[in-house]
Design a binder for this molecule. Sequence first.
Ligand code: ADP
Ligand code: MG
Length: 774
Amino acid sequence: MEKICVAVRVRPPVVNANVNGNEGEGGFTSHWKVDDNRISLHRSLAGTPLPPALSYTFDHVFDHDCSNSSVYDLLTKDIIHAVLQGFNGTAFAYGQTSSGKTFTMNGSHNDQGIIHRAVEDIFSKTNTSTDREFLIRVSYMEIYNEEINDLFAVENQKLQIHESLERGIYVAGLREEIVNSADQVLKLIQMGEANRHFGETNMNVRSSRSHTIFRMVIESKGKDSASNDYSTLDDAIRVSVLNLVDLAGSERIAKTGAGGVRLKEGKHINKSLMILGNVINKLSDGAKQRGHIPYRDSKLTRILQPALGGNAKTSIICTVAPEEVHIEETKGTLQFASRAKRITNCVQVNEILTDAALLKRQKLEIEELRMKLEGSHAGVLEQEILKLRNDMLKYELEREKLAMELEEERKSHRERISAQGSESLTQETIDTQQGDAFSTPTFKPAPHAFVAKRSYKSTPPEYSPLPYEFGDVADEDTWFKMNNGFIPDLDLISMTPAKQVSDCQVGNDKEIQNLQRQVYEAIDEKTEFEKKYKEQLLLNNQLVEKISKLKREAEEIPNRLRESCKAVNEEIASNVQSLVADDKSTAAKLFSRTSEFVTFLMSTFEANMFKNEGNKSSSGKEENEQGSNKDKDCPQVASWKTELSSEIELMKEMYKSMEQELDTNNHLLEASKERVDALERESQLLLAERDDLLLTVSDSSKRLAALSQQNEKILQDLACEIQKRKRLEEEIKQFSIAFASRQRSLISFHCDFQSKLEDHLKAQSLPKSFDFST
Ligand code: ADP
Ligand code: MG
């Protein structure tokens, strides 16, 4: 039992970020402090340090000034060396986005990461190993949106995970490359990275949400220099797997879980990392309380199952960001790390004795090739061998993928049948469809099929599966014709890997299968050659026919040429005539003359052609003489000639006058162009002016609108004021009326009072001279 090795690495603080010293909640400041293999959260209040709030111890804690080289030496190197000895090994990088996972795994230009160092280490060890020989395969995959994509082959998307007794858990159809140098691997990784970036608009988002797994499968076998008899190689071969994993940002768990992000990738990342967390939680509970471990709930945990509580030496490097803003994330990462620290794995060397090891199967072929190529350019040949090996591997993977698809198809077919209800089918047909390895979803096997059936439920036969009757058994040729040249490899129609037979029988079976395969291969080759021969014959016949056809055509060419020239000439003549009839322009006249000229040329050409045909043997000189004699003999031709020369003169003159006309037209055109330019400039200026005016107009209209608004407001105020004044006037009026009536009543009261007083005074006999008004 072996504990998982857990380390924490603190990334250097980001310049200009809120690192330390900023006062947090309640006046506290916090920062992480690394002390040997301990990391603690220190706090201080108003500059006074407080005892550490949290403290964790791990196998290693790397401070921000630590290089990838020391991380590799202390954490991963041992695992890599163990992998070469046949142990499985896995190294994870876990942590929030931008905490340094990729920096640790892939490194930078100056400081290569773990993957680079591991690859170089592995090759330096294997190249110098004296006692073992190695075969190394690499693959590179990405889990994004809970789908597995092949980074070595963009076309391999959404790959499925399968499990078999021989290979354990594996990704079907994932491209594996056999490699023999570190450079080759690093180039492949570069290509993988480029594929990952292909068509991706926001790479940061993708890389923070996806997991990448770089995988090396290392097969090795003890060197046996004394023996060259590879057919007897049956000693144990070690097959170990190294996984180097760059996980998605761990903040996704918290953020997608708590915030309920509805994005698809959010959900899936959440799922994969959540399940990883769950698996680690369960594993850290200790063997007794463990219960069910949910490896199968996510692609990530399923692929890495052996690395988690299984048969693998595992290290986890948890990267953290030192900034105060990331304290909560960092705490989460450290808690994850502490749980992981409690996990124990049960590690053992993977030695296998079966034929599954690729190394063993390829050994013979490689050695054969080596023997053949001995003494020639070794480097080139090594490459050649590697290429062949890779081709073989690819075919194998392709075959495996097809087999998987076939199996899936069968499964779904069976499900369909059972869903449709068994009552429509007799028990017999169900048995046949389930048991027949050759059945396709639409194929109903005949009761006496000529192909011997192989039931995957039946035990392996003790003799070759010969049919009881030979009457309806097809011979090879019939079979070949019926299948359009395809000969099935019976071994591809696989038996279940779980068959239990004795070792001796297995050996015999294998031998028989090997022989069968060889026979089929030979037949394949033969039929291929036959096919090619037939094709070649067919091609030859076709070529002979073509050649004779071409010859015939070549003989007909002069006749055809003459006819086509005639036809063209006639057409031109008719066209020109119609033009002349339509139009009396100089061009039309020119055309008509030209056509006459062409007619003349044609007749001369024809005459020459006939002459050529008649006197093929006579020399050129004689021909010329004959020609001139003909001229002399034919006065019509001489008159044509003079006519023609005068016509040509006329045409020349016309041409000249047309040229002059053209010149003047050109001048005129230039002048008008200049005028147009000037006008354009003017119009542009006017347009600019108009734009300015429009701007000022819009400004003034805005101002006008504002003024009229103001005006309206003032008018409204005025109306209000007028109304108020009217109301006041009304009030004053009423008041003056009231006042007048009061005054009147007062005056009358005064008069009354005075008269009454006078009366009273009179009655009191006051002197008459007393004037009361004074
Ligand atoms: P992640 O993969 O966790 O999202 P990265 O590895 O991309 O984070 O790191 C984020 C940034 O921090 C990168 O620019 C990287 O170069 C830098 N970085 C991370 N760790 C270190 C380190 N230990 N030393 C120097 N730079 C680092
Ligand atoms: Mg990253």
